[in-house]
Design a protein around this ligand. Structure first.
Ligand code: PEP
Ligand code: MN
Length: 347
């Protein structure tokens, strides 16, 4: 349920509405940046009579029921697009934001050369995993805190915000010390305890779609973050499991315009994990931007054959540059442009 307040309502009237909602055992949620009207979201199971009670309070314009199970993530609740600001890089606005880097941080040299190459080609955010969810326990599982330190160092040197995965509640504080964006991976999209705790931070979150989850389940996962007060949520379509097994996953391009219709949250696409094959990454990246994605997450490695994780889906520097040159005119065709790197790498 959404309570729309009159434009001239007072702070006291807003507080009275919020108190009435809390008295009914529900949560009142007043988002930032909603526009010229003040909206109070009511989150929780419906309480008989509450709608009438709220409608009769002073300062209230109208009370609108939200039909979707996800409330704060819905466009009904928040009609304007949310723009997530990553310290100067805006995701969800006019610009297409490309986040690129290796699957896993392996060494300073690997990360720094990749950061330089992707930034020179036009990427504005550096990615790299330090805690890696691997299907087999015998595979490389990341450098942990050493990897986080390298990420923060290279992010500073290149002035790129960094995104990295947090897999466990007990790691959140540590990862948040080093990262600009906390990534919740596909396997953890329904780890509700992790979502609650990441929602309590005020760090931007990249929420990947669970590989076996539908759009509604994904938006409900985003709701967990939003209801804890973290409004800086970026969704990431990374492919879902289907009967087709040529590619690692099937990229659900439908999900991009569907999410944009249902939700105000920005959505980017990860064609690397969606396809698992480097030569499928450029066409799917272009398709995602053509479908309206707000950005891309792409794995790039100096020598994919030697990568400790996800080499087969990683682009070489040359292939990444080529993709970026193809993206520019496509972004323009959608009336958008590629975000400009904030700063060149220091000599
Ligand atoms: C990743 O981005 O490295 C990753 C593991 O992604 P996903 O959770 O989509 O598999
Ligand atoms: Mn990967």
């Amino acid at each position: 349920m959404i309570v729309v307040m009159r434009i001239d309502c007072s702070q006291d009237e807003i507080s009275r509405v919020a108190n009435r909602i809390e008295d009914a055992g529900l949560k009142a949620y007043i988002p930032h940046g909603i526009g010229h009207i003040v909206v109070v979201g009511v989150v929780g199971q419906p309480v008989p009579g509450l709608r009438d009670a709220l409608e009769s309070l002073p300062g209230v314009e109208q009370v609108i029921p939200v039909s979707k199970p996800y409330k704060l993530a819905s466009r009904e609740f928040h009609p304007q697009d949310t723009i997530v600001d990553l310290d100067g890089v805006a995701v969800g606005g006019d610009e297409i934001v490309v986040m690129a880097g290796p699957c896993a941080v392996e060494s300073e040299d690997q990360l720094f050369t990749t950061a330089q190459a992707v930034q020179a080609a036009g990427a504005t955010v550096l990615r790299g995993g330090a805690y890696k969810p691997r299907t087999s326990p015998y595979e490389f599982r990341g450098l942990g805190e050493v990897g986080l330190r390298l990420l923060a160092q290279v992010g500073d040197e290149t002035q790129m915000p960094v995104v990295t995965e947090v897999m466990a509640v007990e790691d959140i504080d540590l990862v948040a010390q080093y990262a600009d964006i906390l990534q919740i991976g596909s396997r953890n999209m329904q780890n509700y305890v992790l979502l609650d705790e990441v929602g309590r931070t005020r760090k931007p979150v990249l929420l990947k779609r669970g590989m076996a989850c539908n759009v509604q389940e994904w938006l409900l996962a985003a709701e967990y973050l939003l209801v804890q007060g973290n409004e800086q949520v970026i969704l990431c379509e990374r492919g879902i499991r289907t009967f087709e097994n040529y590619a690692r996953n099937t990229m659900d391009i439908n999900a991009i315009p569907i999410v944009q219709k249902l939700s105000h949250l920005p959505i980017i696409a990860d064609p690397s994990h969606a396809t698992g094959k480097w030569y499928l990454v450029p066409p799917l990246a272009l398709a995602a931007v053509a479908a309206g994605a707000d950005g891309l997450l792409i794995e790039v490695h100096p020598d994919p054959d030697l990568a400790l994780a996800d080499g087969p889906q990683s682009l070489t520097f040359d292939n990444f540059r080529l993709l970026m040159s193809q993206l520019r005119p496509l972004a323009e065709a959608r009336n958008r442009k590629l975000a400009i790197p904030r700063a060149r790498v220091k000599p």
